[in-house]
Design a protein around this ligand. Structure first.
Ligand code: SF4
Length: 493
């Protein structure tokens, strides 16, 4: 059987880091972990090929080669997925669709031959068995959340690792929280399921053997969902693996803000090689947090929580949202103030949308405010429901937040705040590779000579050299991210 696995193209958004990855000579920020994992579940004698449309072209020749095209994607990939399905029809290739978007709303797509919904560990084996018997069904679905013990090591041999800025792995699925706009609990459940330490080590070994050195993004819904297991088993195993190999990786992951309440967990994460975390902060407004059910963020000093994490050795990036029903007119200024004070350089701001299958989607439908499916693109300044504040006010305010926080002056000021509050872990060796040197030279040229905000860049470099020279690589990396965010912001309508 010949299988072509296709990862759709991600348009340039804040999340894509399109303008940043070119500094390090890469084509995309991360490889398609889902498809690489699915590939490892398929029979060994099937012939597999993977095309990631973010790093190479999908040719009709590739489509014609395959008996089945396995396609996946999220909201942001919707248009590209439709296009791939259309091209499969033209070449007469059967389409097998899976992944989060079609699991939450299988009715979105026409012309799909087979749906592998929910988690592949649960639904893919029956499809494979039926294909081998010549009787595949249309839909494979399950209400069960499978154990991650069944999850194989991704098939890294299908891609060229050198084309990506960072690698990815997954340790857990599921999140104990219940934010109204989030589809995670429906997709992956409330009870975090985790891999065993030996599986985690096997995945680290596989990346290491494939030659990878550098960043690894652990793409969990909430990495600290099961803290006891992390502290007792997983983090000690990662730490000893990393130490034995002189820290070849740097980990980043997604956590909830209550990591700030657990000094031991912070310390263990830093010791194991974590240098940054992404947190859904969403809004400094307690009413907004209450409205969306983000309990873990309420009744706390959020700026102080961020500072605690920065001081422990974790750079914090975060997501912010405007467009809650309870948002007051001054929410835009409050968001700007919060982001500047907290020193969160990588602040991803978006307009609230109701992803398919979430509680917010159901509420908007019930209140007759739903307009369609969300685009998943925080650059197009659209909402898929009718907001309480006028849409024009929201859009203007949203654009103002972005233009303010990513202006060279505000951005570099924020990076300086972070450098002041961030404690660089002593045990972490600073290793510069060829692509880091290339990025540094390009940064000096583009940010220090060509760009309009170059004076702020040089002020930051000089500040860093005289006060915290060891943090210079971090300062330059963040300056490059800032360039990406400015490019994206400048293209906003
Ligand atoms: S904490 Fe994050 S992953 Fe968990 S429900 Fe809320 S938004 Fe989703």
């Amino acid at each position: 059987m010949k299988i072509l696995l296709v990862q759709p193209r991600t348009p340039a958004t804040f999340w894509s880091f399109h303008h940043a990855v070119r500094f390090v000579g890469k084509k995309a920020s991360q490889p398609p972990l889902g498809l690489l994992t699915v590939a490892a579940m398929l029979p060994k004698d099937w012939h597999l090929k993977l095309v990631d449309m973010n790093v190479s072209r999908l040719r009709d020749k590739d489509l014609r080669f395959a008996d089945y095209v396995f396609l996946t994607g999220m909201n942001i990939h919707f248009e590209c997925m439709k296009d791939v399905i259309h091209r499969c029809h033209l070449t007469g290739t059967k389409v097998v669709l899976g992944g989060p978007l079609c699991t939450l709303d299988p009715g979105l797509f026409e012309g799909v031959d087979h749906y592998i919904l929910n988690e592949a560990e649960q639904t893919l084996p029956q499809f494979v068995a039926d294909v081998q018997n010549g009787t595949p069904c249309k839909v494979y679905t399950s209400n069960e959340f499978p154990s991650l013990a069944k999850t194989p090591v991704p098939m890294w041999s299908l891609i060229n690792l050198k084309k990506y800025a960072s690698m990815v792995m997954q340790y857990s699925r599921g999140c104990p929280y219940n934010c109204e706009f989030c589809g995670i609990s429906r997709l992956n459940g409330h009870v975090p399921r985790t891999k065993q330490s030996e599986n985690v080590v096997a995945e680290l070994d596989a990346l290491y053997s494939a030659g990878w050195r550098g960043g690894v993004f652990i793409v969990d819904d909430n990495f600290i969902g099961n803290r006891k297991k992390l502290k007792q088993h997983t983090l000690p195993a990662i730490q000893s693996w990393m130490k034995a190999r002189h820290y070849p990786f740097k980990f980043m992951t997604e956590v909830s803000i209550n990591l700030a309440d657990d000094a031991q967990l912070q310390q263990q994460m830093v010791q194991a090689g974590f240098d940054s975390v992404f947190i859904g902060i969403e809004t400094p407004s307690d009413d907004g947090l209450s409205e969306c059910g983000k309990k873990q963020n309420q009744h706390r000093d959020l700026v102080q929580s961020v500072k605690t994490l920065q001081h422990s050795g974790l750079v914090v990036s975060a997501g912010f949202i405007v467009g809650f029903d309870s948002d007051p007119l001054d929410i835009f200024d409050r968001q700007i103030r919060f982001i500047q004070e907290s020193g969160i350089a990588t602040a991803m701001v978006g307009l609230l949308n109701a992803p398919t299958g979430t509680q917010l989607y159901s509420r908007m439908k019930k209140e007759h405010r739903l307009l369609g499916i969300m685009s998943g693109d925080n650059m197009d300044a659209s909402m898929n429901f009718i907001p309480k504040m006028s849409f024009h006010q929201l859009k203007d305010g949203y654009n103002r937040i972005l233009r303010t926080i990513y202006s060279p002056r505000a951005y570099f000021l924020r990076v300086k705040t972070l450098l002041r509050d961030y404690r660089l872990p002593a045990h972490f060796p600073i290793k510069l590779r060829m692509h880091d040197i290339r990025a540094f030279v390009l940064a000096l040229w583009i940010l220090g000579i060509v760009e309009r905000g170059r004076a702020y860049f040089w002020k930051l470099v000089i500040y860093c050299m005289f006060t915290c020279p060891k943090k210079l690589p971090l300062a330059v990396t963040l300056a490059i991210y800032g360039f990406h965010f400015r490019c994206v912001t400048n293209s906003l309508s």
